[in-house]
Ligand binder design. Sequence first.
Ligand code: ADP
Ligand code: MG
Length: 239
Amino acid sequence: MSNAVVAPPDHPAIVSRGLNKWFGEGSARMKAIDEVALVAQYGEMVFIVGPSGSGKTTLLSIISGILRPDSGTVTINGQDIWSLDSDQLAQLRLNNIGFVFQDYHLFTRLTAAENVAIPLILQHHDWDDAIAQARESLDVVGLKDRGDILPVKLSGGEQQRVAIARAIVGRPQILILDEPTASLDGDTGKMIIAFVKARILNQQRCILIVTHDARINEYADRIIYMEDGHITEPERTLP
Ligand SMILES: Nc1ncnc2c1ncn2[C@@H]1O[C@H](COP(=O)(O)OP(=O)(O)O)[C@@H](O)[C@H]1O
Ligand SMILES: [Mg+2]
């Protein structure tokens, strides 16, 4: 499967401005996201690094259209996503954003290929076509021969690669990974990130990775540091 996307991007992949998000009520009320602004371009792999509880998952949820911010804007490829109605937003997410979760979120009773096919089924592809494309996507992540296997028979690293295959099967321009190495041993985690950078990143794609795993920092094009809901250090471009 080629990594090509449908249209060449002519906007930054992601622009967020003045994001704020509060949780809780009364004395339990706390600010999870505090005036966060960031820009991510196509062709780069950006890391968001910060301790547990610093707001990373909340920020990803806002950027990917899952959680509405209390204030601020997110534009994806020039589109102000929080001005869309829920159907438009669901469509934008399906077509533009692939999401990989820490614990893979694979369906245990579906084979690897069936798991990968799910986004295409949601996009109303017919079953045979979806499975064929899922197999191509598994090929991209090096699991060509594992399509008929249930997730339980796969190693952690292989399960994470199935989750990545599922995230890219619809050829989204933006790939978001939340703590993708947290459930993997150090070497497997590094291999996954090196693989994503070498095989999944390209000039039409932007990859955002949230992590507190310092062992993988070397793969970032740029690191944004977060603490207590805000960005603590100016964005730095790594050599
Ligand atoms: N749905 C929620 N309701 C209430 N508080 C939440 C919710 N989600 C996250 N929080 C709180 O917001 C803060 C940031 O959480 P999170 O974004 O998950 O951090 P991280 O991903 O960096 O570990 C934490 O204090 C967390 O307890
Ligand atoms: Mg988190």
